[in-house]
Design a protein around this ligand. Sequence first.
Ligand code: KPL
Length: 300
Amino acid sequence: MDIVVFGAGALGSLVGGLLARDHHVTLVARDPHARRVAGQGLRVTGELDARVRPRATTDPTPADLTCDLALVTVKAYDTAAAARTLATGDPAVVCALSNGLTEETLVAELGDRVLAGSATYGAELVAPGEVRCTGVGRIHVGELDGGTSERAARVAAAFREAGLDCEADPGMPRRRWEKLAVNAGINAVTALARVENGALADGPARDVAHRAARETARVARAEGVDLTDDAAVAAVDTVVEETAANRSSMLQDVERGSRTEASEINGAVVDRAPAHGVATPTNRTLADLLRAWEAAGIAE
Ligand code: KPL
């Protein structure tokens, strides 16, 4: 398959690097990472291992974006720009793997080519040209409205052949909210407390993460998605266990002095709640604290 990974930061480089062993992969990334990958190749280290030479560019042409599969792994706040650029090419299938509920933004530009996706692998770009897998999680792909499809099965099979734990999931409407609950619980708490995911296995940080996940489940149910409080909390605990050594992407953002996805994760829960009369004090506090930190000055 001809695969483009749009937004090859940590997760995109991990997934793209593994797929590059069997497929023709182009990473759309930032410099100096893109330059290093184009020159010296990409190393996947940590819990998974690969040495590959995908193509890498900062500035894809419409021809580059005309592919069998585009994986979107940009930061959630960059989704609209990514969608517009992808639409200059002709990707046959587009699979969203970013945090947050980004699929609708992709659909606005790319229509029914968009598959929903959810990934809980831990990954860290340790240096230009090197991504470390810091936790073997799981990937789910499927139709945005639910149900099975041949194209979702094909994408999941390609991921599995690349050594990634992946399933085609007929229940993506629920799965997307479960992932939002996981990110709402883990990312903001680890970023604010400056701890690895494993620190949420007990103590007060775990309670805060659970409260954020329960609030997310309540909003999900109000929106017609069958996600129980217990299932959301269990999903947080599973990811904490599977990615204990991982520094969440939001912790990495804060340590780099970069903008976080707090508005697209905790803020998204808060924004949807009033329409349903659901209270989301924990997500509001987490989003507000991270936005206050961002307002005090971020590097990019
Ligand atoms: O999505 C994540 C992230 O870090 O953004 C996981 C790996 C689920 C939690 O750390």
